[in-house]
Write a protein that binds this ligand. Structure first.
Ligand code: CRA
Length: 825
């Protein structure tokens, strides 16, 4: 297909007839079928292949452009990339969505149905993985040279089903029938050593050097996914490593009759990239997970160095000029000792030079303050799997403690033991975050409040040692996926009102603020919301058989299930409303639909109990004729990116109700507001900056602040004080002990009550309950005045310019990466 110059941007442009022909060609020549035989899956595949013709051309041009200019690039190392679907996104970013829709229509096919055939690429757990996906979209859109490095998991995040209300996990098989977006690159295969021992070899006149004799080797096979920037000025890649056995198959063993044994080595090696660990913010603590981390870091670092050597002929001092490596949380920390190992053991550099290079190359993003999420590995495990890396870590640590800590705090052993990379516990542990902070030239938190807490609470001594190292880069989301593609109605209204360049410059959204009080604009805004709610209502009916009215308030909480995110607080508020309705069937309230989507880590008991309770409450509420449809509760199974794309545009109310100080940023909060939902939220994470932009009076802020949480915990928090002082709260919690929601099985929901009372209510739900209920009352009141509601919804969407991942990436590029743009001209 032809590439035409359109406006100032080198957008590959095709007309409808060309697109039709390309799709038919791909059906014939790519898939060996034709339009009469093809099912929707084949149509999807053929459409993706037709799109790839445009993408690959731009990919090659980008690659040549970067290679010719030998550009500095950022390498974004992340164990998670929660990409979702790519077809509709790529069509949008290539600006060929409409033409493809027409082409398929002429062929008797509906583009939206075809898009629905695509399995989600669910190679991530939640916010951290989705952030990585937004960031690589922005990097390509802005024309920055960048590569995302990750793992080519065979199984992404598990599929969630409910059986009698309980979460059941099923394997995700996103690539079962192939993936048209990825390209295998056997020419860039890497080999990864593991286990074994370290030998010190003495050479006359040269001193000693270390040789790691590995006990096992893995093969890393790279798969490249093109990342199309909006306007297609740049197509970067996401390179995902698949593990294979070094030897494909033991032919001799097989011939000798060992049919199963011959496969053993192969399948053992393949387990390394088999599954994504389904924990969010908790350490998996498994040998396999450590090997996974090392496998992916080793492949990525070698790949980075291979490219560097090709262009720079081993002048290692240039490495920090050409290469920035961003560590997305501590998961890729082993890249640090791996780079040291290669520079010293393989390239023959001396320690000081290698260390200086490392310190100028790595930067680290911290995503959480939760202590259980700060990764630690046992020294013994390290010694077994990565003996040479442990030696290097010991050396880094010893130099840091003697040269840096001792100098600042002479003789202070307490400081040393706190800052040491090695925790002298039983068993001894390697603290990955400390290694990151010691090495990285910049460490960033992900929202202003979080970055402050990183300085004051998490790493105060490090902050004292390195006063300019800790910085903030507030998260953002890509407006291409999270507005233009997922909410075409609102996108069109924006195009018509403020022009279509908001997609690349989200600050332009401010242009709708003067329209907030314009009744025609309000009406159009609310009509679009209603249409989106109708789409959602249909999905709810199909998925759960529950009927909901689009005149009700759609109140949505979608995010991982975690006690700190407080879905249980939402739950007790729902029970409060239900109880009021049962006690007074005429209780005056605007009908509410409470919508949930959330996966719980498979081993997280309380999170699973909360899902079960919400499902049981939903069963009861949705079938209770006494409450006259004023309340509905729907827990949609298998929350994922593609479902989120339907839920954000349909929400009236966004639940962002974490205990203050615990949600580092949140990104769902931004997606909701961008799509015109009003937030009920605590002063936590990016909610605080949202309130600055929107005006707190246009949100429903409630609950304790970070300081108040600290003070309450310090004085000794007793949830029973709240329980006995609030009869409504008491009656709702006592309800959980009955068999009302689980007939003839009393007590099945009691753990929730226990966690909120006997087990101390760590996340202060009861302390925030009353102000949460009041904030909900204010929502009810405001919704009665549709014009006032619409005004606030518009003010929310119009104020979201800052929370754009393009802005986040520009912040990284200037504050951390020192990166220049090189779009194709
Ligand atoms: N769970 C934070 O908790 C944040 C994202 C992305 C998280 C969120 O508040 O928005 O990261 N942290 O920065 C995390 O994964 C390991 O820590 C998250 O997604």
């Amino acid at each position: 297909m032809a590439t035409k110059q359109k406006t100032s941007v080198a957008v590959p442009s095709v007309n409808c007839a060309e697109m039709q022909q390309a799709i038919i060609d791909r059906l014939h020549k790519g898939l060996g079928t034709d339009k009469n035989k093809a099912n929707n899956k084949a149509w999807w595949n053929a459409t993706c292949q037709a799109v790839n013709e445009l993408v690959f051309e731009k990919l090659t041009q980008t690659h040549q452009n970067h290679a010719e200019k030998d550009t500095r690039a950022v390498n974004y190392l992340s164990l998670e990339f929660l990409m979702g679907r790519l077809l509709s996104n790529n069509l949008q970013n290539l600006e060929v969505f409409d033409v493809t829709q027409q082409a398929l229509k002429a062929l008797g096919k509906d583009l939206y149905e075809i898009c629905d055939e695509e399995p989600d690429m669910a190679l991530g757990n939640g916010g951290l993985g989705r952030l990585a996906a937004c960031f690589i979209d922005s990097l390509a859109t802005l024309g920055y040279p960048a590569i995302g490095y990750g793992i080519h998991y065979e199984h992404g995040l598990f599929k969630q089903e409910f059986q009698d209300g309980r979460q059941i996990e099923r394997p995700d098989t996103w690539r079962e029938y192939g993936n048209p977006w990825e390209i295998c690159r056997p020419e860039s295969i890497q080999f990864v050593p593991l286990y074994g021992y370290v030998e010190t070899v003495y050479e006359q006149g040269k001193g000693s050097r270390k040789v790691w004799h590995a006990g096992q080797k893995l093969k890393g096979v790279p798969w490249d996914i093109p990342i199309v920037g909006y306007g297609a000025k740049t197509v970067n890649i996401l390179r995902l490593w698949e593990s294979r056995s070094h030897e494909a198959f033991d032919w001799d063993v097989f011939n000798a009759g060992g049919y199963v044994d011959a496969q053993a080595e192969k399948s053992k090696a393949e387990t390394v990239s088999k599954v994504l660990y389904p924990n969010d913010s908790t350490d998996a603590g498994k040998e396999l997970r450590l090997i996974q981390q090392y496998f992916f870091c080793a492949c990525s670092v070698k790949d980075i160095l291979r490219r560097f050597k090709r262009a720079n002929k081993e002048d290692w001092s240039l490495l920090p000029e050409k290469v920035a490596i961003q560590l997305n949380d501590t998961h890729p920390t082993i890249a640090i000792p791996e780079l040291m190992r290669i520079l010293i053991d393989e390239e023959g550099l001396e320690w000081p030079e290698a260390w200086e290079i490392c310190q100028k190359t790595f930067a680290y993003t911290n995503h959480t303050l939760l202590p259980e999420a700060l990764e630690k590995w046992s020294v013994a495990l390290f010694e077994k799997v990565l003996p040479r890396h442990l030696e290097i870590i010991y050396e880094i640590n010893s130099q840091f403690l003697t040269k840096v800590v001792e100098k600042k705090w002479p003789g202070d052993d307490a400081k040393k033991s706190k800052l040491s990379v090695i925790e002298e516990s039983q068993p001894r542990m390697v603290r990955m975050a400390n290694l990151c902070v010691i090495t990285a030239y910049k460490v960033n938190g992900v929202a202003a409040v979080h970055s402050e807490l990183v300085k004051t609470d998490l790493f105060p001594e490090f902050h004292e040692l390195f006063p300019t190292k800790l910085v903030n880069v507030t998260n953002g989301v890509t407006p291409r996926r999270w507005l233009k593609a997922c909410n075409p109605g609102l996108a069109t209204l924006l195009d018509e009102t403020i022009g279509d360049d908001w997609v690349l410059n989200l600050d332009k959204l401010k242009g709708i603020l003067p329209k907030a009080t314009d009744s025609d604009f309000q009406q159009r805004f609310m009509d679009i919301k209603k249409e989106n709610k109708m789409v959602m209502a249909k999905i709810i009916k199909e998925e759960t058989d529950v009927e909901v009215s689009v005149d009700a308030i759609f109140d949505v909480q979608i995010k991982r299930l975690h006690e700190y995110k407080r879905q249980q607080l939402n739950l007790i508020h729902i029970l409060t409303l239900y109880k009021r309705l049962l006690e007074d069937p005429d209780y005056d309230m605007i009908p509410r639909v409470f919508l949930f989507g959330a996966k719980a880590a498979p081993g997280y008991h309380m999170a699973k109990e909360i899902i079960f309770a919400l499902n049981k409450i939903a069963d009861k509420v949705n079938n209770d004729v006494r409450i006259k449809d004023k309340l509905k509760v729907v827990f949609l199974p298998n929350y994922r990116v593609s479902l989120a794309e339907k839920m954000f545009p349909a929400a009236d109310v966004s639940e962002q109700i974490s205990t203050a100080g615990l949600e580092a940023s949140g990104t769902g909060n931004m997606k909701f507001s961008l799509n015109g939902a009003l937030t009920i939220g605590t002063m936590d994470g990016a909610n605080i900056e949202m309130a600055e932009e929107i005006g707190a009076e246009h949100m429903f802020i409630f609950g304790l602040s970070v300081e108040e949480v600290k003070a309450l915990k310090a004085e000794g928090y007793n949830p029973y004080d709240y329980y006995y002082n609030n009869p409504e709260l008491k009656s709702v919690l006592d309800w959980l002990d009955s068999d009302f929601f689980t007939p003839s099985h009393p007590g099945l929901l009691s753990d929730i009550k226990r966690s909120l009372l006997d087990w101390g209510d760590e996340y202060l739900c009861l302390a925030d309950y009353e102000s949460y209920v009041n904030a909900h009352q204010a929502i009810d009141t405001l919704y009665r005045d549709q014009s006032a509601w619409a005004e606030k919804a518009i003010l929310n969407a119009g104020a979201m310019g800052k929370f754009n991942s393009d802005r986040s990436i520009e912040d990284y590029a200037t504050k951390i990466w020192n990166l220049k743009k090189f779009p194709i001209t």
